[in-house]
Design a protein around this ligand. Structure first.
Ligand code: IPE
Ligand code: IPE
Ligand code: MG
Length: 247
C-alpha cells in the first residue's frame, strides 16, 4: 500500500470477480463453497479500497447471463448476496460507504431486492466511497434500456435526436453519476469483458490476473494499481501531447 503513488490513484476500479467455481474444484469442494469463499475477497477488497482512498468501486457480482445457471446455484448466490448485504450494513455505515446497484435489480428475488433497497437507502448519505454492485447486469441490456427510454422521451417531446449527445446518453444509463472506470481487473485468467460496462469502458485500462477470485486480497489489488500507475493514458492523443497537458 505504501508503494502506491497517492497522487495517481484510479478514481474508479471495476472488478470482474471470476474463478469461484475453479477455486472450489481445486479444493475438492462444490461450486457454492467457492462463491461463499468469494465473499471474503469482497470484504477484503472493499475495505482495502476504502483504506487506499479509491472513491468508486464497482463489482460484477451477477450477470444477466448468469441467470441461466443451474437453479440451485442461482438460489445459493442470491442467498449469499442477501446475507452479505445484511451483514455489511454496519461496516458500510461505520466506513462511510454508499451502496448503489446497477442492472435489472427489479428481477431479483423479492427478499434480496428488499434488503438491497434498504441498504441503498440507509447508506445514501455516505460520502467516502461508492460501492456499486452489478446485479442481473448486462452491458447490452443497459444500452437497450437506455435506447428504449430515449425513444419514449422523444415520443413525449422531452428529447430530440440532436440532443442525444454522449453526455445526455449517459444520463439514461444505470451508471448515471458514476465516472467511467479507470481500471478494470479480471481474475482467474480469462481475457474477456463478458458484457460488463461496455459503454463505460471505452478508455479503461485492463488488468488481468491468474489469481482466482476467492484468493484475491489487498496485495493483489495493490499489484493491479501499481501496474495501472505505470501506464500512460493517451485517450487517442500522442505521447508528447499528453506530457504537455500534464506539465
Ligand atoms: C464468478 O465465478 C462468480 C459468478 C459469475 C457469479 P464463477 O462461478 O464464474 O467461477 P468459474 O468461472 O466457474 O471458475
Ligand atoms: C462474468 O463471469 C460475470 C461475473 C463475474 C459476475 P462469468 O464466469 O459469467 O463469465 P464467462 O461466462 O466466463 O464469460
Ligand atoms: Mg466464471
Amino acid at each position: 500500500m505504501d508503494r502506491l503513488d497517492k497522487t495517481r490513484l484510479p478514481r474508479h476500479i471495476a472488478i470482474i470477480m471470476d474463478g469461484n467455481g475453479r477455486w472450489a474444484r481445486k479444493h475438492s469442494l462444490g461450486r457454492i463453497a467457492g462463491h461463499r469463499k468469494g465473499t471474503e475477497s469482497v470484504r477484503s477488497v472493499v475495505e482495502a479500497c476504502r483504506r487506499i482512498g479509491i472513491p468508486f468501486l464497482t463489482l460484477y457480482a451477477f450477470s444477466s447471463e448468469n441467470r441461466s445457471r443451474p437453479e440451485k446455484e442461482v438460489e445459493a448466490l442470491m442467498g449469499l448476496l442477501e446475507r452479505y448485504l445484511k451483514s455489511e450494513l454496519e461496516t458500510m455505515t461505520k466506513n462511510n460507504i454508499r451502496l448503489l446497484a446497477i442492472g435489472e435489480t427489479a428481477a431479483l428475488p423479492s427478499g434480496v431486492k428488499a434488503v438491497l433497497d434498504e441498504t441503498i437507502a440507509k447508506t445514501a448519505g455516505n460520502t467516502a466511497m461508492t460501492l456499486t454492485l452489478a446485479l442481473n447486469y448486462g452491458g447490452h441490456d443497459e444500452i437497450l434500456h437506455a435506447v428504449r427510454r430515449i425513444v419514449d422521451d422523444a415520443r413525449r417531446g422531452i428529447i430530440e435526436s440532436r440532443d442525444v449527445t454522449e453526455q445526455r446518453f449517459e444520463d439514461y444509463l444505470h451508471t448515471k453519476g458514476i465516472p467511467d472506470p479507470d481500471l478494470l481487473i479480471r481474475t482467474s485468467g480469462e481475457y474477456r469483458v463478458s458484457n460488463f460496462l461496455l459503454w463505460q469502458m471505452a478508455y479503461t485500462e485492463f488488468y488481468f490476473t491468474e489469481t482466482l477470485w476467492p484468493d484475491f486480497r489487498e496485495e493483489h489489488l495493490v499489484e493491479a494499481i501499481l501496474e495501472y500507475q505505470k501506464r500512460e493514458r493517451r485517450f487517442g492523443l500522442t505521447s508528447d501531447q499528453v506530457h504537455k497537458k500534464r506539465s
